[in-house]
Design a binder for this molecule. Structure first.
Ligand code: ADP
Ligand code: MG
Length: 700
């Protein structure tokens, strides 16, 4: 952006320091440019003239053509006001002024025609307009105006300071008048503008605020949305292609003894074709001397863990260390257990580092990591702390989380002189549009095949009122030797109530399933880590038949003997969460069930979610539906990444534009990967300004 647009907002005429501060605090408007990007949320069509009879309680802004019936000033001092009665052929309306009375009075004349525009309010049940805009209408003048009036969001505090929506519009208009074409210079290549039929950047900014027609407004929005998505795509693609071309990566070029020994002698099962393919993709990618940054998607239960294990062995065979990160303590512990058990057979040391690791143990681990004697570290976020230093970290595997944005991944690189390979594994399928937006800088593998012998999970919806039937069903399953999950919601905002419900639920389950025939364990976030672990362990080892819990078991927990997942208050869960929970069962050879219990009153979205769950078990379909219902902002964890927050574009509603932006960006980089051609100069400059010098030194 040019110099003028980076001017502090207080310097704009009519703002000043006080209002400037408020604009910063209330609307994040710091500069002229920010004001320009405070887009109107709608426009009022000033070409249209309404009739007084059309005014209803829902009307806000209205434009009417009227004749003055009479007017007079009434009241004293502060109560002084001017009231005018006007009419059109359908009725009468009152206009009121409290300020500037003498000025208004001068332009009013009984019998004259006026064009009146403003907000309608109701006083004593009667519509009126306070301080409307007023304009004399000469006899043959066309009635309406030739523009659309922008409406801006504002806040109560700003209004109190005289910065209502109207005034913000005035400021914007003033600013727009000060700007020249060169102040909002074009950033898209001419060819792209032509191909996509887009208006110039300057025009787009003017037209999004002050269009003369709806058509002009649409042109502006199309242009600016495209720009947002195109620039984002381009940046992602650049990161990826630069990594492919310029990054240095550790080389895993040999498949050694550990990998082979484990693969040939200790694999607990035959790998699926998809698992083999993914391992091959990763091997190819890690052997090239470039850094791998790969997203591995595989639905719940598709067997990602074993892929992680084999890849970690590959790293160790090449004299590197490996690190596996999980989102929760329980999951980290479980990974630690399964992985250290399997690797004990081939003598590979594995250790666990989490927030609750004792100081002495932690010290020991940190030492062994630096000496290089510890080969595999498993843990929670604790492993990315700066104190955790490796001798030669070769790969980081991040399990089950979306929380890792580009910036956080970059942080991992600092743990070694050559950045380690990064593999992000996720079971929450990400819709394609979301994946290419949030993860467009990553390469992509998918396990699209479940291990053999799995039966589909029967999913049903039952109302609260059928609880005892559900309990009978559970009893029959337990008597067959199966285990049961019963999950309660735990939502931060209503934590206390949810917690009480959980306790009540636990007592309730106990009443149905008394000891000593039945044993129940309970796991929730308020328990100390050891207790949590102990209770979980009892369930995993089949000491207990029922696990009552909150969503702490949501990700990754693996108990193949569990065949029923009961989800209490299912209406409170999001779709991807429900899908994750369901994925906890159906992991063994037995027929499995997921029972969604709910109250009888369901909102539309909740009904839709439950319907989707009973209709499909395809994670990708569910993810698409989830995105559609909730929008991208709420998709698990992505909010923090900031990569999906566009000012105008929505990756749900603007999918067609997103696809176009992606294709155009890909093609452009294919033809000019370093953006050296003169046609792409302005684009390159823009990216430079916008992102700072990230990796640009490499291609300048
Ligand atoms: P996820 O992809 O959800 O992390 P896991 O790695 O936990 O899945 O695997 C789910 C279950 O399937 C585990 O019990 C695992 O041992 C088993 N499993 C994984 N791969 C296979 C396979 N190829 N054949 C049979 N069972 C497998
Ligand atoms: Mg897993």
């Amino acid at each position: 952006m040019s110099h003028i647009l980076s001017s502090p907002i207080e310097y704009l005429k009519g703002v000043g320091p006080h209002r400037g501060d408020l604009l910063k605090k209330e609307l994040n408007i710091f500069t002229f440019g920010d004001l320009l990007e405070h887009y109107p949320y709608r426009h009022i069509d000033r070409t249209k003239v309404n009739l007084i009879s059309e005014i209803t309680a829902q009307t806000d802004f209205v434009q009417i053509a009227v004749v003055m019936v009479n007017f007079s000033i009434t009241g004293q001092k502060a109560g002084k006001r001017l009231i005018a009665e006007v009419k059109d052929k359908t009725g009468f309306l009152e206009l009121t002024w409290f300020q500037g009375l003498s000025w208004v009075e001068k332009i009013l004349e009984t019998g004259q025609s006026y064009l009146v525009y403003g907000r309608v309010t109701f006083f004593n049940g009667k519509p009126q307009m306070v301080h409307p805009e007023l304009e004399l209408l000469s006899p043959n003048q066309p009635l309406g105006k030739n523009f659309l009036e922008p409406v801006y969001s504002t806040t109560e505090k700003l209004k109190a300071r005289g910065l209502g929506g109207r005034q913000i519009g005035k400021l914007t208009q003033l600013l727009m008048g000060m700007l020249h074409e060169k102040d909002i210079s074009e950033n898209l290549p001419v060819a792209v503008l032509k191909q996509m039929n887009l208006v110039s950047r300057f025009k787009a900014y003017r037209q999004i605020h002050f269009p003369q027609t709806a058509e002009e407004y649409n042109e502006a929005v199309k242009r600016l949305k495209f720009e947002e998505l195109f620039i984002a795509q381009l940046r992602m693609n650049l990161l990826r292609s630069q990594r492919h071309r310029f990054s240095k990566g550790v080389v895993f070029d040999k498949v050694g003894d550990l990998f082979n020994d484990f693969y040939q002698n200790h694999l607990p099962f035959q790998l699926t074709g998809a698992q083999k393919r993914v391992i091959k993709e990763i091997r190819n990618d890690t052997a090239k001397g470039k850094q791998m940054n790969r997203l591995l998607q595989g639905d719940v239960g598709s067997g990602k863990t074993i892929v992680a294990v084999l890849i970690m062995l590959l790293a160790i065979d090449n004299d590197y260390q490996a690190c596996l990160m999980a989102p929760t303590e329980i999951l980290a512990q479980q990974h630690f257990k399964t992985i250290s058990n399997s690797l004990a057979k081939i003598n590979v040391p594995v250790k666990l580092l989490t927030g609750s690791t004792k100081t002495a143990e932690r010290k020991k681990i940190l030492n062994e990591l630096q000496e290089g004697t510890l080969k595999i570290l498993i843990g929670t976020h604790a492993v990315i702390e700066d104190v955790v230093q490796f001798k030669n970290l070769g790969i980081v595997i991040i399990d089950e989380q979306h929380r890792f944005g580009v910036a956080q991944r970059a942080k991992l690189w600092q743990k070694a002189s050559i950045p380690p390979h990064v593999l992000v594994m996720t079971a929450t399928p990400i819709p394609r549009t979301l994946a290419m937006t949030a993860y467009g800088d990553l390469d992509y593998s998918v396990i699209d095949e479940l291990p053999p012998g799995r039966q589909p999970i029967a999913t049903v919806h039952r109302y609260e009122t059928h609880r005892s039937k559900v309990m009978d069903f559970i009893r029959a399953e337990i008597d067959k030797g199966r285990q049961i999950y019963i999950v309660f919601p735990l939502i931060e905002e209503s934590a206390k109530m949810d917690y009480e419900n959980l306790m009540k639920g636990y007592e309730n389950v106990k009443a149905y399933f008394p000891e000593p025939k039945y044993w129940i364990s309970m796991v929730h976030g308020r328990q100390p880590a050891e207790q949590k672990e102990l209770n979980m362990k009892r369930f995993v080892e089949h000491d207990t038949q029922i696990l009552v819990s909150t969503t702490v078991i949501e990700v990754g927990v693996d108990v193949p003997n569990a065949s029923v997942m009961v989800i209490e208050s299912a209406e409170k869960f999001g779709l991807s969460q429900l899908h994750q929970l369901r994925g906890r069962v159906g992991r063994g050879a037995e027929k499995s069930y997921c029972i969604l219990l709910s109250g009888s009153k369901l909102g539309n979205d909740a009904r839709e979610r439950i319907k989707t769950m009973t209709a499909t078990s395809n994670g990708f379909e569910i993810a698409e539906k989830d995105l559609e219902l909730r929008g991208p902002g709420d998709i698990q964890g992505t909010r923090q990444s900031g990569e999906l927050n566009f000012k105008l574009a929505s990756i749900v509603q603007d999918r067609p534009i997103l696809e176009l932006a992606r294709n155009v960006a890909a093609k452009l980089l294919e033809e000019d990967p370093d953006l050296v051609s003169a046609d792409n100069l302005q684009l390159k400059q823009f990216l430079h300004q916008q992102t700072g010098a990230v990796m640009w030194s490499k291609i300048s």
